[in-house]
Design a protein around this ligand. Sequence first.
Ligand SMILES: Nc1nc2c(ncn2[C@@H]2O[C@H](COP(=O)(O)OP(=O)(O)OP(=O)(O)O)[C@@H](O)[C@H]2O)c(=O)[nH]1
Ligand SMILES: [Mg+2]
Length: 186
Amino acid sequence: MKMQSSYLRCSVVGDACVGKTRLIKTFVGEKGDEKYTPTIFENYHGETMNRGKTTSICLYDLPGQHDFNQMRKFALKDSNLVLICYDVQRRKSFDNVQSVWIPEIRQFLGKSVPIVLVGILSNKTDKRSVSRSEAIKVTSQMLLQNYFEIDGEDDVEVLCLFSYIASITQKTKKRSLSFMKRLFMK
Ligand SMILES: Nc1nc2c(ncn2[C@@H]2O[C@H](COP(=O)(O)OP(=O)(O)OP(=O)(O)O)[C@@H](O)[C@H]2O)c(=O)[nH]1
Ligand SMILES: [Mg+2]
């Protein structure tokens, strides 16, 4: 029996040191190096299963430095989906979701590409400074696809996030395919 498979490109953005690279490394199974190294641009590859279908995900790990936007532009323009990450214990990184990251993504990609908001719990001993309900409110007001709150080192939580991502892009592709079918069957 032939296994069905699909492919998507996902950019990961958000303030510096919120845990984007750590989250990606958990997903691709490269855990271990706890040293913080600011990202310029990295490309990773992972796979997830959803309803018997394998999805290959090409991940663009992008710099959190705000003025590196030209570096992010090319990766963003090539993406089917974007994750915006913030640290639930760093208020500023959440405020920048609305003031920096959503405007930048919409400038380069328009409004049609799905954006998933991801609150990362980087340090279990620190108190959170952003509530779950605030994040859900922004998700709804800014017409984002969904909100996830995860520990970037927890394999199960990270896998759930990427399995969800695979499922929504499968749906989007299905919708556009049936539109094309409708167009040519007339
Ligand atoms: N345990 C563990 N910690 C990591 C790993 N990679 C990074 N960290 C730590 O996680 C925190 C966040 O680091 P990153 O994930 O690199 O942050 P980032 O959001 O990618 O930051 P920029 O690349 O500068 O935009 C830092 O304190 C790192 O020391 C890892 O593989 N394992
Ligand atoms: Mg990084």
